[in-house]
Ligand binder design. Sequence first.
Ligand code: GFB
Length: 398
Amino acid sequence: IIKLLFLFLGLIFTNANNEGYCDLKTKTCDHDFFKEKFILYDVNPPEGFNLRRDVYMRFAIMLSDAKKNKNEWKLILPPWYRLYHWRSESKSSPIHWSKFFDIESLKSFAPVVELHEVFSKTEINILNIDRLYVLQNFPDPFEDGEFKDKWEFGEDCDYDGEFWGYNNITFTEIVCVKFQGRISNLWELIALHPSDKFVMFAHGEIPLHDHYGTKTFWDCRKSMKFNKDLIETAKKFMSEHLDCKEEKCTSYVSVHWRRQDFARSRRKDVPSIQGTVKQLDTFIKKNTPNVVNVFIASDGQNSELTQLESQLKSIGYRVHFFVPSMSELDDFKDGGVAIIDQIICSHAAYFIGTFESTFTFRIQEEREILGFDSSTTFNRLCPDSGKCEKPSKWSIVN
Ligand code: GFB
């Protein structure tokens, strides 16, 4: 049966190579669809949502640059599946990008397609990847004292992902590749097999941006507009609880207070509850003394949040959290709730973030796009004692 299945798939793909995709059952051909070729990628399983958003940008820019040279590859958006930090949906099915982002806006920047669109457009029940490249780090990135772009075939690797919960994705060959440097060098690998139509890169976080912080980088970043329901919900909260109906609010200060694994693994960078209260009070008194509303975005435990809230209240502040209803959580998922927190933080008069958290970075970028002065954005919570390095400033390039 398995052999017959592969024979059947082989027939489909032979037809696909010659004349576009043909559905053997209905004897109809889609002559355009399979002229396109598809790149998929996956990310190291424990990585969080906001690092993944940056990995998307690396691939999207790679594909967008290539499209300018009439390259026909498309990027399949890897569904969101069982992210480590998304506790309320551990048994969930894969989540489409449209839940979180405006797909038409993504498409305006790069040739991207949702995985479910590939399945629905072709009516294939099994997607077979021609080559699954498992990217690996070089053991010594600074060999000969220098960080150079390079890649070479490796040995002994395995795919450690789950194809986002799809059990109808298969692959013909797995290839281990030690890789370092700019993402566009992946084309060298792809070019080795010109007849491949589906290639995938596991550990897509290993290749780096060709150029960081350029106009193209920011054009891509701007195209990552959020799903409109999330924007509406955030705006409603800002209007009803934070007294703001404008793009740039003057009525509240926002904080990203990253806790959980971050607080455990980066103890030297995050303050205690009392330290947080003291710093916020000093910051507000210095920069915007008339503001009493503080919006807090956090992954902290309820007990920590209650303490923070009561200590801030006791010195005169009004403290706000976005707490989703059961139906909102069910609809928006943990990822959507995190985005609503990020939107609300993005519009505040001042933002104070957590040092080196990618969740904070994405808020800072959003504020750059909205046109806030950088002094209102690049502020961080410091540890209770010891060094407090200034956060890096990544200014927008228009
Ligand atoms: O987004 P993220 O990569 O940021 O991972 P870091 C943190 C996740 O925790 C988010 C939740 O995607 C959210 O699901 N989270 C954090 C929050 N802060 C908030 C918040 O204010 N509101 C809401 N609603 N949710 C890195 C991870 O996290 O931390 C690494 O990417 C690793 O994998 C490292 O775990 C320690 O850059 O902060």
